[in-house]
Design a protein around this ligand. Structure first.
Ligand code: GLU
Length: 183
């Protein structure tokens, strides 16, 4: 079984609807607990690096994320970072430039909070781990896996503020997709 590290940073995927709006509050363990199917797929460890709305992610956070992957690089076959969608493309771009990795590094989030009907977080997380564990993902640089698509960090963009089909690579197209647990 592949050994994957999930690094949680916050975003809607970790958010609950509260009287004050959406706030990231699910822990990385709670995120994983939403997807028991992952146990059949690989061994996963998790780190709660931060729990922030990605609008507030700054360069210090980026350095922390890069250091987290680099510091544990030898121990894992792939890395999944859960992240808010608003600045996911910027974080992916930064990590693609700063984490030189043949191993998959996959960013994932959700457009609907964990408390929403048909929350997209659990399937997105499952697909991101599938992507991180897949042989096909090696040597592709940092990728974003959202709503079944796998997009290279160099060209991925959030194109819609509400739709679950929001990340696209208008210039280069998707690198791949995940369907029924396969890349
Ligand atoms: N602004 C929040 C964030 O980027 C919500 C957007 C999202 O995660 O979908 O973390």
């Amino acid at each position: 079984m592949k050994h994957i590290l999930m690094i949680a940073t916050g975003g809607t995927i970790a958010s609950k609807e509260t009287a004050d709006g959406l706030t990231p509050q699910l822990t990385s363990e709670e995120l994983l607990a939403e997807v028991p199917e992952l146990e059949q797929l690989c061994r996963i460890d998790t780190v709660q690096l931060m729990n922030r709305d990605s609008t507030n992610i700054n360069s210090r956070d980026w350095l922390q994320m890069a250091a987290c992957v680099r510091g544990r690089y030898d121990a894992y076959d792939g890395f999944v970072l859960t992240h808010g969608t608003d600045t996911m493309e910027e974080t992916a771009f930064f990590l693609n430039l700063t984490v030189k990795s043949d191993k998959p590094v996959v960013l994932v989030g959700a457009m609907r909070p964990s408390t929403a009907m048909s929350a997209d977080g659990p399937l997105n997380l499952y697909n991101a781990v599938v992507t991180a564990a897949a042989r096909e993902s090696r040597g592709k640089g940092v990728v974003i896996a959202m709503n079944g698509l796998i997009l290279g960090a160099h060209g991925a963009m959030k194109t819609n503020t509400v739709d679950v089909q929001t990340f696209q690579s208008p210039n280069s197209g998707a690198l791949g997709y995940v369907l029924n647990g396969k890349v």
